[in-house]
Design a protein around this ligand. Structure first.
Ligand code: ITT
Length: 197
């Protein structure tokens, strides 16, 4: 079964295909002829729905939208749904640099943060989204480490880990991440026969 992953983020596509191994699902990129919808929602769910719904309605192929981001306690939950456009430049590097600068005077004990992920699947014409949310708790480090993953992984230390997310093997990240948690929940909500158990 092919599912469009309604994303422009190559890191997400790779993670989904790793998560889906053995389930008879293949995540394919968005068709090149379509523009990407604007993310005008106010929540992770609304934005994930906009992405999934757009690609399902223009292609008829089951589509999953992922909206995810980092919530930092000392910043009252920012950058949240604005994680990918946090800095003006909006690259992974400029976003991480801005975050470290904003937290430069914040002590270790106050650097708690969590990654959140909301997934929405659109797969029939009843307009009924199937959705799931996942979280991974942790904290923001003072410096960057590692070159795996994407986004804020170089400055995120999952709770109970000594390693930064970007130092953790992909197979391990796929056991603990917010996306993995949301993905497992979503698999449980799929209609019968959609994926292998
Ligand atoms: P699409 O909208 O095209 O899917 P995006 O990267 O813009 O791609 P989001 O709007 O969901 O996706 O923003 C997610 C941002 O949150 C992402 O760019 C990273 O900065 C951060 N993020 C999400 N998941 C992450 C992860 O597993 N590791 C590190 N950073 C992550």
């Amino acid at each position: 079964m092919e599912i469009i992953l309604a994303t422009q983020n190559a890191g997400k596509l790779k993670e989904f295909n790793d998560l889906a191994k053995g389930r008879g699902l293949k995540f394919i990129p968005i068709p090149v002829e379509h523009t990407f919808p604007e993310e005008t929602g106010r929540t992770f769910f609304e934005n994930a729905f906009i992405k999934a719904n757009y690609f399902f309605s223009v292609t008829g192929i089951p589509s999953i939208g992922d909206d995810s981001g980092l919530e930092v306690e000392a910043l009252n939950g920012r950058p949240g749904i604005h994680s990918s456009r946090y800095s003006r430049e909006g690259t992974d590097k400029s976003n991480v640099d801005k975050l470290l600068l904003e937290l430069k005077d914040v002590q270790d004990k106050d650097r708690s943060a969590r990654f959140k992920c909301c997934l929405v699947l659109m797969q029939n014409n009843l307009n009924e989204p199937i959705s799931a949310e996942g979280v991974v708790e942790g904290k923001i480090s003072e410096g960057k480490k590692g070159n795996k993953g994407f986004g804020y992984d170089p400055v995120f230390i999952p709770k109970g880990s000594l390693l930064h997310m970007a130092e953790i093997e992909e197979s391990e990240k796929n056991l603990i991440s917010h996306r993995a948690n949301a993905f497992r929940l979503l698999m449980k909500k799929l209609p019968r026969g959609f994926a292998k158990e």
